[in-house]
Write a protein that binds this ligand. Structure first.
Ligand code: NAD
Ligand code: TDX
Length: 369
């Protein structure tokens, strides 16, 4: 199927109450172009319906949104929803590398079995389209990650045809999901595309991730646990740019293709942390050097030529994105305090208790080293 340039009208957005998925939903509905969205989300610790509040507060946009609480691995829920959709955009995943090291099972359940259930539902709908029971087969978009490439040597940038080499249980589950998608394209002729986004940051990100963890800890004058030497490099992409990349590939990507969505700023963690502290007016002495993440990928870097040729490039400079992000967390304490409740304290203790007990002063910033 060649994609309709106007884009699919009825979307099933799985994981649409999470960080990037909710931004996609907010941004697509804010266009007011008639797109209808059903969000299917399990509301794990990382999902939060409040992330869709800006849509709910606007009656016109709210009328275009339906929310269903459920699991993508539950075929009975997924089947009818895919039956009503022109396209499925799958953001649903367990998304935190550290949790995948502590408890990998949910990563596989959602990232492998869940993706399989979505693909099977799409296959059935494609068969219905072939039999004339619906007008066109659904398009499937799998939101994947730069982490499937594994760590990337200095001076190199991953291109889409590079072999994948995931090194954490999280990345392995994401890679497995992608491989299933590829298999359904080849075997069943499914109309599917894959995006590999870079490290994403911005408002509504769960405070387990580096940038919101360090902002919220610093606001409370708590220790900032920097892994190892803190010179690991990530390429940062603002969340609305990531959502726009997904939307662009959904509309314009060629069936069966994979597209990198790189960030705009390749930076060592120490530099990112220094930028946060400067904006918050907090001292570097909060930063503690803690034992490293096992298997910690040293560097991610992707080449974005393929998606640029398709017409998408990131637009938000890192400095501006970080300004907006810090301002958002300062203004939305109730949101992040709710996320730092429930099982948060157990998780924090498991992840950081022993590390912080064994921590030392982090030494100079990246710029000073
Ligand atoms: P997130 O953890 O904030 O959100 C994930 C959402 O999926 C949550 O709302 C959660 O409730 C939902 N979910 C989890 N398991 C589910 C299931 N079985 N059924 C239905 N819903 C389920 O994650 P995020 O950071 O927004 O990431 C979204 C996607 O983008 C993920 O697939 C992730 O791998 C990918 N990605 C993230 C980044 C990043 O830096 N955050 C970068 C590249 C790719
Ligand atoms: O406490 C911390 N201390 C620390 O030094 C945390 C949480 C992180 N870090 C380091 C590890 C990484 O080098 O900061 C860097 C960023 O860490 P995360 O925010 O956990 O992100 P990362 O592991 O790079 O993975 C992210 O990008 C790719 C997302 O979480 C994934 O979902 C996405 O696929």
């Amino acid at each position: 199927m060649s994609p309709d340039p106007a884009g699919p009208r009825r979307l099933l957005v799985t994981g649409g109450a999470g960080f990037i998925g909710s931004c996609f939903v907010r941004d697509v509905l804010a266009r007011r172009d008639g797109t209808e969205i059903t969000v299917l989300d399990k509301l794990t610790y990382a999902g939060n319906e409040a992330n869709l509040a800006p849509v709910r507060e606007d009656p016109d946009q709210a009328a275009q949104l339906r929310f269903v609480r459920g699991d993508i691995a539950d075929a009975a829920i997924v089947g009818p929803l895919v039956g009503e959709a022109d396209a499925v955009v799958n953001f649903a995943a367990e998304s935190h590398v550290d949790r995948s090291i502590l408890d990998p099972e949910a990563f596989l359940r959602t990232g492998v079995l869940g993706v399989h259930v979505l693909l099977e539902a799409c296959r059935r709908e494609a068969e219905r389209a072939a039999a004339g029971d619906r007008s066109a087969p659904p398009r499937y978009l799998q939101v994947s990650t730069d982490e499937v490439y594994g760590t990337v040597a200095e001076g190199r940038r991953s291109v889409e045809d590079d072999p994948i080499g995931p090194r954490s249980p999280y990345a392995a589950a994401k890679a497995a999901g992608e491989l299933l998608v590829g298999a359904y394209v080849v075997t069943h002729g499914l109309d599917a595309v894959v995006t590999r986004g870079a490290n994403t940051y911005g408002p509504y990100q769960h405070p387990e991730k580096l940038i919101p963890l360090f902002i919220t800890n610093a606001i409370e004058d708590r220790d900032l646990p920097l892994y190892g030497d803190g010179l690991q490099v990530r390429d940062w992409l603002y969340v609305s740019d990531h959502a726009a990349a997904v939307d662009h590939v959904l509309r314009h990507g060629a069936a069966g293709e994979t597209y990198n969505a790189p960030g705009v700023a390749e930076l060592p963690n120490r530099t990112v942390v220094a930028g946060l502290l400067e904006r918050l007016g907090k001292p570097w002495s909060l930063v503690r050097s803690v034992p490293d993440r096992p298997g910690h990928d040293r560097r991610y870097a992707m080449d974005g030529t393929k998606l640029a040729d398709l017409g998408w490039s990131p637009t938000v400079p890192f400095e501006a994105g970080l300004d907006r992000t810090v301002a958002w967390y300062r203004a939305n304490e109730a949101w992040w305090r709710a996320a730092r409740s429930g099982d948060w304290h157990d998780y924090y203790e498991r992840q950081y208790g022993d590390r912080l007990a064994r921590s030392e002063a982090a030494g100079p910033t990246a710029a000073e080293r």
